[in-house]
Design a protein around this ligand. Structure first.
Ligand SMILES: Cc1cc2nc3c(=O)[nH]c(=O)nc-3n(C[C@H](O)[C@H](O)[C@H](O)COP(=O)(O)OP(=O)(O)OC[C@H]3O[C@@H](n4cnc5c(N)ncnc54)[C@H](O)[C@@H]3O)c2cc1C
Length: 459
């Protein structure tokens, strides 16, 4: 490795959640690793995704609390949003984490190569004219915001989440195209900051991938918050004007706003990167892999948003670790993607793990369901939040899914994911004591009720 170009045990292309997790775990297992990154290590999640959005959502929560202090007997006043202040807070969080990650990568003696890489063979990547060779190659170039045919992103009136995260003002009004996680989270932030918001979703519900009961609860809560939505409504066209945009829907309606946020999903970053020269198979830009993230070409793997698995940072982490452990000769088990917890961090939050009632029936389970209303939970009452915990289980069998809506319920999904992934039954969990008064009791109460011994349940 005299010139630092290899051969390395592993060359990782892309330093986001999937790529850097793979690099860290491989280095821990004694492998020599080159990590190629054209932007900043940490990728979308740290710089343009999970972390900045959650910082904005926290600022939004404080804004709501300032408005609502009176309901708790506290004298507060909402005087508005200092956007530069919010952006500075968000950037401080990102920079602190980035510094920590950079130090961690350095401490593991991973060779970081700055620049755009292109694959020129199953184990070779070229960056600025220099070729890096690895016994193994891990593709982890992630994803980017998509648009619709004929819908041009201009970055000022028609924007994506990347632009929204650095917007220098609170817009007076926004149309959010797409009622998935990203659209719903921005709608929530902007409403708390004082904007008029309308979400346009082509499918019949917001968060269409969630259990329908959760989607309906979110819709009700958003309606109460004054967030408007058009469901089952397809986008037709957008015209920019001096003051903003006019969005036309196929149903004939038009919506005027200052901004259009396009949040119609994210697509893989693979075009022009030479992946075909490595011999891997692509489908609509996604790299196809088996359940162990193997591309079919010996020694070539792909992880994260680049492959057609759930686009979540923790999925990227898990896939990166899975690949590193395989390369190191360990025998890791395939990921059960149903067992991956997912959270939408809006107000209220929506969190789930496992499968929905509808999916459980489709798969032939004899399904039982239990819905516990947060109205019966002391801590939720104190926080003045409404919502539900719904448990889907196999009759006399394991818990198949947990679906929740309510303030802070995202924190409860960690317990639910243990229940699902350890294949626990309601009776297994019912004997475990939950601390009082916490929101975790709602999950405990749901399990007690499902096990046939309800405590605080009104019939
Ligand atoms: C607004 C938003 C909010 C989100 N919120 C959450 C959340 O709350 N929780 C959650 O789990 N997930 C969230 N996500 C999703 C999460 O960010 C992604 O799932 C995750 O970042 C995927 O990791 P990755 O490593 O596959 O790709 P990325 O993080 O996109 O990383 C890929 C990296 O590869 C680099 N790269 C690409 N091409 C090249 C090349 N040719 N040469 C060198 N480097 C290259 C890129 O610069 C990038 O750093 C959010 C996403 C967005 C957009």
């Amino acid at each position: 490795m005299a010139d630092g170009s290899g051969p390395f045990d592993i060359v990782v292309l892309g330093g986001g959640s999937g790529g850097y997790a793979c690099a860290l775990r491989a280095a821990e297992l004694g492998k020599s690793v080159a990590l190629i990154e054209k932007g900043k290590v940490g990728g979308t999640c740290l710089h343009n995704g999970c972390i900045p959005t959650k910082a904005l959502l926290h600022a939004a929560e404080l804004a709501d609390q300032a408005r609502e202090g009176e309901a708790f007997g506290v004298k507060t006043r909402f005087d508005g949003i200092d956007v530069p202040g919010v952006l500075a807070y968000k950037d401080k969080v990102i920079n602190g984490l980035w510094k920590g990650l950079t130090g961690l990568i350095k401490s593991k003696k991973i060779t970081v190569i700055e620049g755009e890489g292109r694959v020129i063979g199953p184990n070779r990547v070229i960056v600025d004219g220099q070729v890096y060779e690895g016994t193994n190659l891990v593709l982890a170039t992630g994803s980017a915001a998509k648009s619709l045919p004929g819908l041009d992103i201009d970055g000022s009136k028609v924007i994506t989440s990347d632009h929204a995260l650095v917007l220098d003002r609170v817009p007076t009004s926004v149309v959010v195209l797409g009622g998935g996680v990203i659209g719903v989270e921005f709608a929530s932030v902007w409403r708390s900051f004082g904007a008029e918001v309308t979400i346009v979703e082509a499918l019949p519900h917001l968060l269409p991938l969630e259990d329908e009961a959760n989607s309906k609860l979110l819709e009700r809560a958003f309606r109460r918050r004054g967030i408007k939505y058009e469901l089952g409504a397809r986008f037709d066209s957008v015209k920019t004007t001096d003051t903003g945009v006019v969005v036309s829907l196929e149903n004939g309606k038009t919506l005027d706003a200052e901004l259009l946020l396009v949040a119609v999903g994210r697509g893989p970053v693979s075009a022009g990167l030479g992946f075909e020269t490595a011999g891997v198979t692509l489908d609509r830009g996604y790299v196809l892999v088996d359940e162990l993230c193997r591309t079919g070409v010996p020694g070539v793997y792909a992880v994260g948003d680049l492959i057609p698995t759930p686009q979540l940072a923790h999925v990227g982490f898990a896939e990166g670790i899975l690949v590193a452990e395989q390369i190191a000769g360990l025998n890791p088990v395939a990921i059960d993607y149903d067992g991956v917890p997912r959270i939408t961090y809006s107000e209220p939050e929506v969190a789930a793990v496992g499968i929905s009632s509808a999916q459980a029936r489709e798969r032939g389970f004899d399904v039982v369901e239990l819905t516990y209303n947060l109205a019966g939970n002391g801590r939720s009452k104190i926080l003045q939040t409404q919502g539900e915990v719904k448990v889907v289980a196999e009759r006399d069998g394991r818990v198949l899914g947990v679906h929740m809506v309510g303030g802070r319920v995202g924190e409860l999904i960690a317990e639910a994911q243990l229940i699902y992934n350890w294949e626990a039954t309601a009776s297994d969990v019912a004997q475990l004591i939950h601390p009082h008064p916490t929101q975790s009791e709602a999950l405990g109460e749901a399990m007690l009720a499902l096990a046939g011994k309800p405590l605080h349940v009104h019939n």
